[in-house]
Ligand binder design. Structure first.
Ligand code: NIG
Ligand code: FE
Length: 404
C-alpha cells in the first residue's frame, strides 16, 4: 500500500465535521485548525491528521512531502462550471466592455449561441482536449472535484458527447439540456419536445443532474417545470440557473420540485432569501459572473445569516465568467458578499460537495475522506482568499497523487 506523509505543515485546516450541509454563520465559521501538523494518506484516502508532536512511526513504504511554511486545506470543489466548450468570446468581451449588454448580445444570436456553433463543430475529441486544458487550469488553482454541464450542444450528438467527456475525465456531469433555444427550432416548446424525447433517455444514463436556464429570453417557469419534472422522473437530481437577471419564479419552483440547488441569485430579493432559509435547496453563488457582467452581487451575507445552505462556485464559461479560480471566488465572497474566509472555505468545500452528492467523501481534510489536499505557499490558510487575484497554490494532491 503506497503511503504519502505530508509533514511539518504550518497549518492543517478543515471545515469542522461531522454532518452536511453546513448552515448558519456559526457552523460555517467552525474550522478545525491544527498548527505544526501532518496529513497521512494511504492510496486515495486520508488515514490520519494530527500534530507533528503526536506522529508515531509509519510502517511500510512511505513517500514524504515537506510541508514547511505551508497550510493544507481540502482540495476545492467546483459545483457549477461550463468547462466543456470550444471557440472564444473575446470579441463579445470587447463589445460588452463598451457597447452592448450580455442580454442584448444573446438576443441577436451572439452569446451562448455563438459558443454552441463552435462546440458543435469541435467533435468529441476536440471537446475532450478542451476540457483537459480547462481542467489543468482548475487543478492549478486547487480544484480537485469539478462539475461540468452540457448546454453548448443543444443537439443530440453534441449534448451526449459533452456529458461523455465530463464523465470520462472523472468530473460530475450535469445535463443542461435547457440552456438556450438553438436556431433550428422556432420556439422553446418545440425545442423541449425534441430534447425530452430524443436526448433525455440517454442523457439520464450519463448525467447525475439536470439544469435549466430560467430567465427571460431563455426558458420561462412553466417550460422549466416541464423540463425538470421529466428529468426528475428519469432519475436526475435537479438544479436551476435562476434569478440571474430577473426573479422569474425559480426559487418557488426549486422548492416545490425538491431541487438540490438554485444557482446565481443576483436578482433575489428578501422574500427569496426567506424561502431558501426555510427549505433544503442550496443557494449556489457565482460572484465572478456578477463581476464579469457588471451585475449586482448575490445576497451571500443575508442567505447565511438567515440559515440557508450556501455554496460558492466559479461558473467557469467563455461568456459570463471566464475565470476558473476558486481562490478568486473566495476573495470576491469576502470583499463583495461580506462572507468571512471560513464561510467561503466551507461554501466551496463541504457545501459544494453536498450539491454534488459527495459530501461524505470530499470537502473535508479528515480520516476516511478522499486524499484531495491543497497546499498553500503561505503559513496562514486565509491567504486563499486574502491575496486578490494571486495564486498561493503550491501543490495539489488528487486521490493521493501529486498533480501540480
Ligand atoms: O451560468 N446563464 C446562463 N448560462 C451561463 C452563461 C453561459 C454563457 O454565456 O456561455 C451562466 O452564466
Ligand atoms: Fe452557469
Amino acid at each position: 500500500m503506497a503511503k504519502l506523509l505530508i509533514r511539518d505543515l504550518a497549518q492543517v485546516v478543515s471545515p469542522r465535521g461531522p454532518g452536511f450541509p453546513v448552515r448558519g454563520r456559526e457552523a460555517m465559521r467552525a474550522l478545525d485548525v491544527v498548527e505544526n501538523g501532518y496529513v497521512l494518506c494511504e492510496e486515495d484516502v486520508i488515514v490520519e491528521v494530527g500534530r507533528m508532536a503526536d506522529l508515531g512511526p509509519v510502517d511500510g513504504e512511505v513517500r514524504e512531502l515537506d510541508g514547511r511554511g505551508r497550510a493544507a486545506l481540502p482540495g476545492l470543489v467546483d459545483c457549477h462550471t461550463h468547462a466543456v466548450f470550444a471557440g472564444s468570446r473575446a470579441q463579445e468581451f470587447e463589445l460588452r466592455s463598451a457597447e452592448a449588454s450580455y442580454e442584448e448580445l444573446h438576443a441577436v444570436g451572439g452569446g451562448i449561441l455563438s459558443t454552441v456553433e463552435a462546440t458543435r463543430a469541435a467533435g468529441q475529441d476536440g471537446l475532450r482536449a478542451a476540457l483537459e486544458r480547462h481542467r489543468r487550469w482548475m487543478l492549478a488553482s486547487g480544484t480537485t472535484t469539478v462539475e461540468a454541464k452540457s448546454g453548448y450542444g443543444l443537439d443530440r450528438e453534441t449534448e451526449l458527447a459533452m456529458l461523455r467527456v465530463v464523465r470520462d475525465a472523472g468530473g460530475v456531469p450535469t445535463w443542461l439540456g435547457a440552456h438556450a433555444v438553438p436556431p433550428e427550432f422556432s420556439s422553446a416548446d418545440d425545442y423541449l419536445d425534441f430534447a425530452l424525447a430524443e436526448v433525455l433517455p440517454e442523457a439520464a444514463q450519463l448525467a447525475e443532474a439536470a439544469d435549466v436556464f430560467l430567465e427571460r429570453g431563455a426558458f420561462d417557469a412553466s417550460q422549466a417545470r416541464r423540463y425538470l419534472e421529466a428529468c426528475k422522473e428519469a432519475g436526475l437530481r435537479l438544479r436551476l440557473h435562476a434569478d440571474q437577471f430577473t426573479e422569474a419564479g425559480g426559487i418557488p419552483l426549486a422548492l416545490e420540485l425538491g431541487a438540490i440547488s438554485v444557482d446565481h441569485l443576483e436578482a433575489t430579493r428578501p422574500e427569496g432569501v426567506r424561502m431558501l432559509a426555510a427549505g433544503d435547496v442550496a443557494a449556489v453563488l457565482l460572484p465572478v459572473a456578477a463581476l464579469f457582467l457588471g451585475r449586482p452581487m448575490p445576497p451571500g451575507r443575508e442567505l447565511i445569516d438567515a440559515g440557508a445552505i450556501v455554496a460558492l462556485a466559479s461558473d467557469f464559461n467563455p461568456g459570463s465568467a471566464f475565470a476558473e479560480s476558486l481562490p478568486l471566488v473566495c476573495s470576491l465572497a469576502c470583499t463583495q458578499l461580506h462572507m468571512t474566509p471560513a464561510e467561503a472555505l466551507t461554501a466551496c468545500t463541504v457545501n459544494a460537495a453536498h450539491v454534488l452528492g459527495r459530501a461524505d467523501r470530499v470537502g473535508r481534510l479528515t480520516p476516511g475522506y478522499a486524499a484531495d489536499v491543497l497546499l498553500l505557499d503561505a503559513p496562514d490558510w486565509r491567504y486563499l482568499a486574502y491575496h486578490l487575484g494571486g495564486n498561493h497554490v503550491a501543490e495539489v494532491i488528487q486521490a493521493g497523487v501529486l498533480t501540480a
